[in-house]
Design a protein around this ligand. Structure first.
Ligand SMILES: NC(=O)c1ccc[n+]([C@@H]2O[C@H](COP(=O)([O-])OP(=O)(O)OC[C@H]3O[C@@H](n4cnc5c(N)ncnc54)[C@H](O)[C@@H]3O)[C@@H](O)[C@H]2O)c1
Length: 305
């Protein structure tokens, strides 16, 4: 007996890396899986059907149920059709794991329109396209059947949460995904759908790891992230929604978003002179010009993909 027996999941970008492990872990708990992957290079170039079909073979060879899907999640119609594919293949959709991703790192002054667009399209648009289709599906089900059940697990990044330099496109997309997670959670809660996001750390080719297989069994094995993704998809996590978690190795860390900090207040409108005098009170530690964010730097762990 699996915890997800009878459930049907779509996992995007499930041919390699983290998505592959999520798909295998969901299947191991009994879910039928639509294994979506366009089969691109790490920068989004090219396409290949093998990564998705290999994961399907792995699942079906151990008695699980899975079908491959080669859609581009950046394509609105194709990504939307993913939901229909789950319904056509397995009769329902319960779980959407948005994971497909690419990187095109450049400092902002060197970033081309094409590199900006490609990263925004796969991550931010890709997450939205699939989430919108799944949300419409569950809302229609709730209205016709009186109830629905759904899980969306999005993939953000500590780069987007804390602001990694050289990744203005990727960080903007991932921060957008974190914000989208909160909005979707608020919109879909009434339909029995939870929406959360994970910010993983894993040794995959997106981190520039030449031989991701070598990470197997180590702290940055992508398979270490999947149990928590599966957990979010169970009934045990029904009360958890609108949350973001950093996940790697044996660690799951809840992350809080922007929170109000120090404030200054005047009667009516500030004068410039008064602001010049009062503004330092916004920075009691005196570090006003230093981006306060990147805990990874403090931990000396290195950059996040
Ligand atoms: N590896 C990390 O440390 C790390 C850190 C933070 C966030 N992430 C995020 O995790 C997710 C998975 O990344 P990964 O590290 O496993 O990388 P990966 O390159 O191993 O896997 C990504 C998969 O997405 C697929 N893909 C790319 N564009 C697609 C598209 N348009 N439609 C469908 N599939 C597409 C690729 O073919 C590939 O198989 C990404 O969203 C990434 O940004 C990874």
């Amino acid at each position: 007996m699996g915890r997800l027996d009878g459930r049907v999941a779509v996992v995007t970008g499930a041919g390699r890396g983290l998505g592959r492990e999520h798909a295998l872990a969901l299947a191991a708990e009994g879910a039928a899986v639509v294994v979506n992957d366009l089969g691109t290079g790490a920068d989004g170039s090219g396409a290949a059907s093998e990564p998705a079909t290999e994961v399907v073979q792995l699942i079906t060879s151990t008695g699980g149920r899975a079908v491959a899907d080669g859609s581009d999640v950046a394509d609105s119609a194709a990504a939307g059709a993913l939901v229909q594919k789950a319904v056509d293949a397995f009769g329902r959709l319960d779980i959407l794991v948005n994971n497909a991703g690419i990187l095109r790192d450049r400092m902002a002054f060197n970033l081309s329109d094409a590199d900006w667009d490609a990263v925004l399209r796969v991550h931010l648009y890709g997450h939205f396209h699939a989430a919108r289709a799944a949300a419409a599906h569950w809302r229609a089900l709730a209205k016709s059947a009186g109830q629905a059940w759904g899980r969306i697990v999005n993939t953000t990044s500590e780069s987007g949460l804390y602001g990694n330099l050289g990744q203005v496109n990727y960080a903007a997309a991932k921060a957008g995904i974190a914000a989208m997670t909160v909005v979707l959670a608020r919109e879909l809660g009434r339909y029995g759908v939870t929406v959360n996001a994970v910010a993983p750390r894993a040794a995959t080719r997106l981190l520039g790891v030449a031989e991701p297989e070598a990470a197997q069994g180590g702290e940055l094995d992508p398979a270490n992230v999947s149990p928590f993704v599966v957990f979010l998809c169970t009934d045990a996590a029904a009360a958890i929604s609108g949350q973001v978690f950093a996940v790697w190795g044996g660690r799951v860390q809840r992350v809080r978003g922007w929170t109000p900090a120090e404030a200054i207040q005047t009667e009516g409108r500030w004068s410039l002179d008064a602001l010049i005098e009062a503004a330092p009170r916004l920075f009691p530690d005196g570090r006003g010009g230093v981006p306060p964010f990147y805990p990874l730097e403090a931990e000396a762990v290195g950059s996040a993909g």
